[in-house]
Ligand binder design. Sequence first.
Ligand SMILES: *[C@@H]1O[C@H](CO)[C@@H](O)[C@H](O)[C@H]1NC(C)=O
Ligand SMILES: *[C@@H]1O[C@H](CO)[C@@H](O)[C@H](O)[C@H]1NC(C)=O
Length: 392
Amino acid sequence: MMHHSLLIPILALAAGTSLAQTCGTVPNSYAYANGSPIKLPDPFTFLNGTKVVTKADWACRQDEISSIFQRYELGPLPAVESVSATFASNKLSITVTAAGGKTLSFSATVKLPSGSGPFPALIALGGVSIPVPSNVAVITYNNEEIAATDPRGKGKFFDLYGKSQTTGGLLAWAWGVSRIVDALEKLGPATTKINPARLAVTGCSRNGKGALMAGAFDKRIRLTLPQEAGSGGMGCWRIVGEMKKNGTKVEDAAQIVNGDQWFATSFTQYVNDLGKLPYDHHMLAGLVAPRPLLVIENSGIDYLGPISTYGCSTAGRLIYSALGEKEAMGLTQVAHGSSHCQLPSSQNADVAAFFDKYLLDKAGVNTDIFKTDKTYNFQLSRWVDWTAPTLG
Ligand SMILES: *[C@@H]1O[C@H](CO)[C@@H](O)[C@H](O)[C@H]1NC(C)=O
Ligand SMILES: *[C@@H]1O[C@H](CO)[C@@H](O)[C@H](O)[C@H]1NC(C)=O
């Protein structure tokens, strides 16, 4: 009995502060076997075979999916003991203390609109390459300083948790975003002029992958706007794999783990055997759901895997439909050739609609946006052999 009362706070700490694990962790002995040809795993069935039928079940399944992503692909999301912050001269200075008392400090640059606020804010990994409404603050964060793309183990995250920490760069970057949210909550709008309940996250390319992880792993992020994240973002590994087999020069799982340290060391053993993964990236959308998500993609760069981001988003949106929130997930995919991370003006209205409805609370905005400028021979039934229930 004594053990019980001791165990509970320790587990709560180990699960992290931003996504408390309440149910559905992966059993140690778990082994998944996909059929042939491999398909996208069913988001609506727990690993133990039980069906997801209610919204409460889905919340529980999200915990399981979070745990799956950490185990197979991203590495563990470590806990923090406390966060302190100051705000002065457009600079948010954050100090994080880990269990054991070790600390790290980093900062983010804040650009506030004129006026007294409180303003919604967009947290940008690296920099911003989408148009931002004038009444939205921008917080820019140097994620590479937290975890370098290369070599593994370089960056403040590893100074804090140790060089042997197996977490990949993407989840370390998401961890950094969560600490910015901690700081904004702690200081409050009276100090920062920022409303911590109206936050968005963005980034492009590798930083788009990181932005998607930030939205997926922190429920305090209201709006997630990954841009040209491609393969490793809203691309599903299995569809990317088939594109590669078909001769498209796309960055597949086997290639992505060579050189760039974005994924956990544990992922490498699966990159040539994707059918063993009990998830794919459609379920990353499922971690964000039902919070708003606009996938901004470029159909003109094969390397990003355009059919895969389209197909994976199509499957991911079925989860939003099941939750009765189809319009909260959009896809806008336009070819703009080699001008990677330069949003064509034809996509401006789509981005603006998501800001207007979900960050600025404007009424009557249509976000039923799901479009590509390409004609794909994409058969959903080739990849999806499950149906999306209406979750009660
Ligand atoms: C399966 O796992 C889920 C999530 O942990 C749990 O709620 C459910 O009760 C489990 N079902 C069975 C039959 O054990
Ligand atoms: C790969 O090629 C086959 C045969 O043309 C086609 O049916 C399939 O849709 C292609 N897959 C992808 C992901 O493009």
